[in-house]
Design a protein around this ligand. Structure first.
Ligand code: IDP
Ligand code: MG
Length: 154
């Protein structure tokens, strides 16, 4: 089983979309193992977006991400990282497929409602960035066998 990290960006809370977007993950079958509201610090933004700090849009990105609260969520499932990226859709929401979260809820590259880790390695680092060990939960879903057949769990 993989775990991946999802962030609901400030535009989600501002636009009142949190419940509807979290529901997408639940409906898909990704198990929520961590969920918290927080304000991202500028230091965390620089770490989280280290690959972008040299870009001209970075100051605006940091300001946007740190100005209002966000919600962080860790979810678990088979190939959760890839599934999370697929649910999110591509970075530029105008190009994101209809049916994806960005495709359905956003018109922007920067106000694109959601972050989803892009590799297993990144997911592990990012989960540790936003959650302490005791904030992550190991538990069984009672309906587990209705989400996966046995052979998919090997
Ligand atoms: P991702 O969020 O789809 O993984 P990244 O390239 O890792 O895309 O960029 C991280 C975030 O930085 C994007 O989600 C978006 O908020 C912001 N960003 C990326 N490219 C641009 C841009 O060209 N203009 C403004 N913001 C951008
Ligand atoms: Mg990225």
């Amino acid at each position: 089983m993989e775990r991946t990290l999802v962030l609901f960006k400030p535009d989600v809370l501002q636009r009142g979309l949190l419940g509807r977007i979290i529901a997408r993950f639940e409906k898909k079958g990704l198990k929520i193992v961590g969920l918290k509201m927080l304000r991202m610090s500028p230091a965390t933004a620089k770490e989280h977006y280290a690959h972008l700090t040299a870009k001209p849009f970075y100051p605006g990105l940091e300001k946007f991400m740190t100005h209002h609260p966000i919600v962080a969520m860790a979810v678990e499932g088979v190939e959760a990282v890839e599934v999370g990226r697929k649910l999110a859709g591509v970075t530029n929401s105008r190009k994101a497929e209809a049916g994806t979260i960005r495709g359905d809820f956003s018109m922007s590259t920067s106000r694109n409602v959601i972050h989803a880790a892009d590799s297993l390695e990144a997911a592990q680092k990012e989960i540790a960035r936003f959650f302490r060990k005791e904030e992550l939960f190991d538990y069984a879903l009672v309906l587990h066998e209705y989400f996966y057949a046995e052979d998919e769990l090997k």
